[in-house]
Design a protein around this ligand. Structure first.
Ligand SMILES: CC(C)(COP(=O)(O)OP(=O)(O)OC[C@H]1O[C@@H](n2cnc3c(N)ncnc32)[C@H](O)[C@@H]1OP(=O)(O)O)[C@@H](O)C(=O)NCCC(=O)NCCS
Length: 199
């Protein structure tokens, strides 16, 4: 999953999602699958103190190798925060401690620009891994997108992650995509009647 550097910094994200929704989505979501009841998944807009850490993780994991600076990622995240509802970045926190993050953007798969929205930049802090946080972050993205009226979500990932996503209900729909020979996965979203009127 790349959260391709050029996209987050391109204005077309804002252009496609700049129209405000009538109703705001829920901000706090408590993942069911976590054994730790004190973990919350929060929109980055409500946890701006996490922005620097989120930017650092995205930069080190995905952007630095392509020659982008940390400031480039900060700028991209600031653009995400300015959007009305989508794109969005979520963070997992426990007692104000940053544990992980995930972002949804419309276009993250270079070779398949029509496949969106996409789940991107899934990251869990090393000391918090294996608790189901990664799955909880994906679940929170699915819930949010469903509430916004989307019917499916996509992601791309390196082949070494194939088992991870297949074991979590994603269907592989393409492979050998883009420069990293990525797989592409899709997940149907459960209709959320509560939020269907948002779009
Ligand atoms: C991938 C990642 C988000 C998973 O976070 P997590 O909170 O540990 O995920 P979960 O707790 O939901 O799942 C953990 C399980 O996934 C497994 N897993 C992790 N990476 C895997 C992989 N590449 N292939 C198969 N299984 C994998 C773990 O072994 C663990 O298995 P277990 O439950 O049997 O012990 C985390 O390892 C991470 O941040 N990695 C670095 C960034 C990254 O690679 N992001 C994904 C880009 S596509």
């Amino acid at each position: 999953m790349t959260l391709r550097p050029p996209n987050l910094s391109q204005s077309k994200i804002k252009g496609r999602f700049g129209a405000p929704f009538v109703k705001r989505p829920r901000i706090f979501e408590r993942p069911n699958s976590l054994s730790h009841s004190d973990v919350e998944i929060v929109d980055l807009r409500q946890a701006p103190e996490c922005l620097a850490l989120v930017a650092n993780r995205i930069w080190q994991t995905w952007w630095e190798a392509d020659g982008y600076t940390l400031a480039d990622v900060v700028t991209a995240l600031e653009d995400v925060i300015k959007a009305a509802d989508h794109p969005f970045t979520l963070v997992a926190v426990r007692q104000r401690q940053f544990l992980g993050t995930v972002t949804s953007i419309m276009d993250d798969i270079g070779a398949r620009p029509d496949w969106g929205p996409c789940l991107a930049a899934l990251w869990v802090e090393p000391e918090a891994r294996g608790e189901g946080l990664g799955e909880a972050l994906m679940h929170a993205v699915s819930q949010r997108l469903s509430a916004q009226g989307f019917e499916r979500v996509y992601l791309s990932a390196k082949p070494k992650m194939r088992a991870y996503y297949l074991q979590r209900g994603w269907t592989m729909i393409d492979s050998d995509i883009d420069k990293d020979h990525q797989d592409v996965f899709m997940r149907l979203l459960t209709p959320c009647h509560d939020g269907a009127a948002e779009r």
